[in-house]
Design a protein around this ligand. Sequence first.
Ligand code: PFF
Length: 514
Amino acid sequence: MENREQWGSRVGFILAAIGSAIGLGNIWRFPYVAYENGGGAFLIPYFFALLTAGIPILILEFGVGRSKRGSAPLSFSRLSKRFEWLGWFQTFLSFGIITFYSVVIAWAINYTIFSFNLKWGDDTESYFFGEYLNATAPSGLNLGGIQWQIFIPLIIVWALLFFTISRGIKKGIEKLSLIFMPILLVLMVIIVLRAITLPGALDGLNHLFTPDFAHILPSFLGGDNPDWDQVWIAAYGQIFFSLSIAFAIMITYSSYLPKEKDVNNSAFITAFSNSGFSFLAAIGVFAALGFMANQSGSDVADVVSGGLGLAFVAFPTIISEFPAFNAFFGVLFFMTLVIAGFTSAISIVEVVVSSITDKLKVSRTKATLWICIIGFLISMIFITGTGLYFFDTLDHFINSFGIAISGFLELILLGWFIKVATIREENNLVSDFKIGYWWDIMIKIVTPIMLGYMIILNIISESTGLYGGLPLPVILIFGWGALLIMLIVAVIMSNLQWKDNQEERIPKTKSVTK
Ligand code: PFF
């Protein structure tokens, strides 16, 4: 049997999986999505999506990786040669994400340094979009020039990605996760403790948690929101992105597990730790927004934001208004973003490295070097003046279509074209506790229906106009075109021969004992 690298310990594996799950999405996406979609009441669709899709798919992906012992393309191909292309498609989706995710980490590094003298000044919005990004709406071939200030941290991010991943699973990724995940938690706890003791914090938390049940229900159940179904779709989208599922990541990470290691319990631990961190972040963010509203004498609803606006416009303002230790808390906040982002970025690059080394049998160092160079070059597009618009388009298309299509196909192929119950039975053999038939129903029926519906709704909303009012070429290149290229290259890759016929060497699973 081949020698596949392995995690040094179960804790190492779980912390790496949690490190992938906890990322920018927990800090700038979850609080805002929850607030926008019914506040406290959003927890109902959120937990519904977690239990019907998030945890079952984590268990599925952990199970596939553990038993097939390969990157996503190799694992899928060992399940059935016809599935290999999906592994590649997921690999390329991940690669698409890292090209702009790395840029956000670079911004956060810049802002960590800016915190020392609150360089963003009083008007944080025009500083970020104007002076810092030089954001220019795309027109013709003019990209608006490279922002050299971002270039330097971007190189650092890619160099660190190369350095960590080329060291391998145990010495690189595991070691990094064992050090950084506890630090991340400590930083977040300090931020939350400070935020909830600021004036106005309670008001922010009330805005976040006050449940609006009418927002999440159909009218025959007393709802008042004609788009109530969008709330449920948003919950699914959040769960997929946040748990890094349907991106080949969890399959890759679990392929480095020793064969007899638990997966069911690990999936629950990963999922609940990720949600716990999201709640913690939401408390910190809304307490801080409450403080911001309090300082400016406005309503919390008027200062609420998510995404880039929250991290790089609202938070710098909040930090400047802090009663004391402004620089200290600025550094703390942006370091939290850097660490949360970096441990996710690592997992994304590892997916590509693992797929390439499996297929072409090149060395880890060589594969990592090339992937980091190509990734770096592509990410340069996003540090130009027009980069923000390209980034936004790619992000939107990957989130609205990439995830849903990839998740849907994974569940249909694995749920209906192989005996998926076998994966459950094998998982149960090695796991701390057993899962029942409910899991098959989620994988085969409930979640595919939700994802299918999500795809239809998203296509309808896309057909009402060009995303963000952007020019057609931008939508074609960074939207549909990017997804199409990923699909085509995925099919090409899956038609290439495996070196040494490894896809035929399907590891035996029958001998697995507890
Ligand atoms: N789960 C990470 C977050 O919530 O920020 C982001 C992420 C990592 C998404 C890896 C997708 C992915 F493949």
